[in-house]
Design a protein around this ligand. Structure first.
Ligand SMILES: [Cu+2]
Length: 240
């Protein structure tokens, strides 16, 4: 009985820790290109007061283009064309709309706007989704980048095929991608570079320590051998 209750307590703690980390660290969707496309990036979801801040960094788009950008119902990205992600995430059964319109689908994030390098960043705080709680929770759902702009038309904005998709999961706070998302993106991201440098330094330090320790051990070994030789010599009777 004691074992069982200990086990249940541990399991409860584990579940608690799971939802706690999702709320503390936020969520991330890593976007992968659908078949025939080269678009990739990531989207983070961070608790912000009563709302959720969504930050996206997406590359590989056509220069100066606009692309419909939505949370979709399913985190299933198994279909090569992304259709397995289903329709727009719309837990309240509203009509489609652009982000500054009400009502609209909870998953309606409007458009990504690519710069001349085909890179798009977006930051938006919304109050109609949650990370993990209730019917509007986005954990486990999908993010879709479309080939065409979302024009706000019914039923889903006429945004065309899906060029990148990702599943929304719990973010690891220790990865460079999580760091990168908290600042303005761009190819040269100072934070992710810093994180990379810190990682390399830590690795180099680790190697140096290992090498140094080995050298010291070698040195001690040699000194002991010399001392033993000297003792042996001293113990030997002088025959000369
Ligand atoms: Cu969509």
């Amino acid at each position: 009985m004691k074992t069982l209750s200990t086990f249940l307590a541990a399991a409860g703690l584990f579940l608690f820790a799971g939802s706690l980390s999702a709320d503390q660290h936020g969520l991330i969707a890593v976007l992968e290109p659908t078949e025939g496309n080269d678009v990739e990036g990531h989207v983070t979801f961070t608790k912000s007061g009563d709302g959720v801040t969504i930050e996206a960094k997406v590359g590989g788009l056509e220069p100066n283009s606009r692309h419909g950008f939505h949370i979709h119902e399913f985190g299933d990205i198994s279909a090569a064309d992304g259709t397995s992600a289903g329709g727009h995430f719309n837990p309240e059964g509203h009509d489609h709309g652009l982000p500054d319109e009400e009502p609209r689908h909870a998953g309606d994030l409007g458009n990504l706007e690519a710069d001349e390098d085909g890179m798009a960043t977006m930051s938006r705080t919304v109050d109609d989704i949650t990370l993990t709680e209730g019917a509007n929770a986005v954990l486990g759902r999908g993010v879709v980048v479309h080939a065409k702009p979302d024009d706000g038309g019914q039923p889903t904005g006429n945004a065309g095929p899906r060029i990148a998709v990702g599943t929304i999961g719990i973010r690891n706070p220790n990865t460079p991608s999580a760091l990168a998302s908290s600042v303005n993106a761009g190819a040269e991201n100072p934070l992710s570079e810093l994180a990379e440098e810190a990682g390399e330094t830590a690795e180099a330090t680790g190697e140096a320590v290992t090498e140094g320790t080995e050298e010291v051990a070698d040195g001690i070994g040699e000194a002991l051998t010399r001392a033993a030789d000297a003792l042996e010599e001293a113990a030997e009777p002088k025959s000369e």
